[in-house]
Design a protein around this ligand. Sequence first.
Ligand SMILES: Cc1cc2nc3c(=O)[nH]c(=O)nc-3n(C[C@H](O)[C@H](O)[C@H](O)COP(=O)(O)OP(=O)(O)OC[C@H]3O[C@@H](n4cnc5c(N)ncnc54)[C@H](O)[C@@H]3O)c2cc1C
Length: 227
Amino acid sequence: MSTAATHPTTPSTPVAGPVVVVGGGLSGIACARALHDAGREVVVVDRGHRIGGRMASKRLEGRPVDTGASYLTVSDRRFAEVVEAWRVAGLAHRWTDTFSVLEPGADPSAKEGPVRWGTPGGMRSLVEALAEGLDVRRGAVERVESGDDGLRVVADGVDLPTAGAVVLAMPDEQAARLLGGDHGAVAARLTRPSEPVIALVARWPERAWDSAAPGGAFHGAFVNGDD
Ligand SMILES: Cc1cc2nc3c(=O)[nH]c(=O)nc-3n(C[C@H](O)[C@H](O)[C@H](O)COP(=O)(O)OP(=O)(O)OC[C@H]3O[C@@H](n4cnc5c(N)ncnc54)[C@H](O)[C@@H]3O)c2cc1C
């Protein structure tokens, strides 16, 4: 997901100069937020119309609909503090700890798990809130090159500063495509495969599915045993 390519002449010492974060999904924005709050100059670049990446939400018929991640869980103390701030700001709320399990030939069953948190405004709103005050630019990065004075992030549609460090906050396959030449060794380590998914949004005229949930309130379902 995230990979740092530092200038090859200073691989293990703190780097000077701005940091360019490529990718305005949650990981890129969280990284940029931490750097910015620590006093570093940081520029985020994303090729999308809006930031958020796979925390993707659209407005359909007046309602926010998540087409990527639809909930989050909290298992880390520091992340719990972030989520609590989102709760206080009205950006996130506790949703449910119980989903239904649907599989062929079996009655629906209930599966408890950690509390899932949802958002009234769509998951993208969390990334946008985290990005407030950051320098976020739109452009499609084509490659990262080493220069005498630092790393150059070559992008279509936007000028970016020569960087002391570059963060590639995106799936491995996408990050590897941006690295060549003297960063080939980094690219070779980006081997985690991605799986394509289809997100389908369906709409019914009225809510009629609570009877499919053992507890009488249907929040979501894991569908097993079905290709
Ligand atoms: C359908 C679906 C459902 C999911 N459900 C859940 C869930 O319920 N709960 C959960 O916790 N997780 C869920 N996930 C996983 C979660 O969405 C991801 O783990 C997380 O959003 C990844 O964030 P990221 O910042 O690492 O990457 P991404 O969100 O993929 O961000 C990468 C960003 O990089 C940008 N980018 C890529 N290449 C370039 C380039 N060359 N130039 C400029 N910009 C570029 C992209 O535009 C993108 O914005 C789901 C994922 C999907 C797809």
